[in-house]
Design a protein around this ligand. Structure first.
Ligand code: CUA
Length: 347
């Protein structure tokens, strides 16, 4: 019973942390776009998807209005009246014109919709990267996103940074892969969702025409923390993106004033799973920490990346994200202080 109560307590507490931090996160980033808004696409594939979906919706709406009007008219016009003679009305059998009409018209409608959708699918899926395309690889993990820019030598996590398409229409091509189970990448304003499947390369592209932070999430059930596998897609102007990339390319900051703290970090099991470029830490199972503090959130978008949240996360990840593959390391207070002091220097 005691264990059960502790579990419930933990669950309530993590929900509270989530709610307070979600409010904090939305209040802090003024350029945050509407959450998961499928009605405001900002890319070419998104706009094509949106237009074909709206066409289907309008055609279906027109059919509904016509059918419902005829039905209501018949119900009212031919309802039972006071002078009913209780005789069966005249029965009409067959009319070639009417039957031909209600067969041919729906066939034509379905044909047109199929052609429109097939064209959109082909133009979105068969695109080949132009020479100026930025390439990134996204690897799904339980329950976070690894983001690599092979041409730039950058590895980061959970926040996908891309340049605005701009005058040269520079698109970003994403290769989607998975290290464990099937995930699905979905940032609604960028377009449709696409699965990340083990041993497969799925390709998607985006050419955002607006800067800002766009929210998304994993859209394929992938285990306990599927709902907390959040994505931030940050579209920057060309200049800002170049600056961001230049910062990310640098090795980790080596701050002599936290040498002792860095040794604590390097002596703990952290380094088996996490990498800090330019140090002995080169684990591959968890997010790369080289520029940890350049990210807005922790735990794949769950909590804002502040000193307090970082400490709480290191103290017991299971309390914030139960089931997370980062275990409770049972760290002492001095160890926690040292880790936080070192990690916050990784700008
Ligand atoms: Cu990853 Cu759901």
């Amino acid at each position: 019973l005691k264990q059960e109560r502790k579990k419930t307590e933990m669950r309530v507490r993590s929900t509270l942390i989530f709610l307070t931090s979600a409010t904090a996160a939305s209040a802090s980033s003024t350029d945050l776009h509407n959450i998961a808004n499928i009605f405001k696409p900002v890319t070419t594939p998104g706009k094509l998807d949106y237009d074909s979906a709206m066409l289907s919706i309008w055609v279906c709406t027109a059919i509904f209005v016509i059918v419902a009007s005829v039905l209501v008219y018949a119900l009212v016009r031919y309802r039972r009246k006071g002078n009913d003679d209780l005789q069966e009305p005249p029965q009409v059998y067959g009319s070639n014109q009417i039957e031909a009409a209600w067969t041919v018209i729906p066939l034509l409608i379905v044909f047109v919709l199929i052609m429109v959708v097939a064209r959109v699918v082909a133009s979105v899926q068969n695109a080949t990267p132009p020479p100026n395309a930025l390439k990134a690889t996204i690897v799904g993990h339980q329950w976070w996103w690894e983001i690599q820019y092979p041409d730039l030598g950058i590895v980061t996590a959970n926040e996908v940074n891309v340049p605005e398409a701009g005058a040269d229409h520079q698109p970003t091509f994403l290769q989607l892969q998975s290290s464990d189970v099937i995930h699905s990448f979905w940032v609604p304003q960028m377009g449709g969702k696409l699965d990340l499947i083990p041993n497969r390369n799925n390709l998607m592209w985006l050419d955002p025409k607006e800067t800002g932070t766009f929210l998304g999430n994993c859209a394929e059930y992938c285990g306990t923390q599927h709902a907390n596998m959040l994505i931030r897609l940050i579209v920057r102007s060309k200049a800002e993106f170049a600056q961001w990339a230049a910062e990310q390319k640098k090795p980790a900051v080596s701050d002599a004033s936290v040498d002792g703290e860095r040794h604590v970090f390097e002596s703990l099991a952290c380094v088996n799973c996490h990498a800090v470029r330019g140090t002995p830490a080169n684990g591959k199972f968890g997010p790369d920490l080289t520029h940890l503090m350049s990210r807005q959130t922790l735990a794949s978008g769950m909590i804002p990346n502040t000193r307090e949240n970082l400490r709480a996360w290191l103290k017991d990840p299971q309390e914030i994200k139960p089931g997370s593959l980062m275990p409770d390391m049972q760290l002492s207070d001095p160890q926690l202080d040292a880790l936080v002091a070192y990690l916050v220097t990784l700008k």
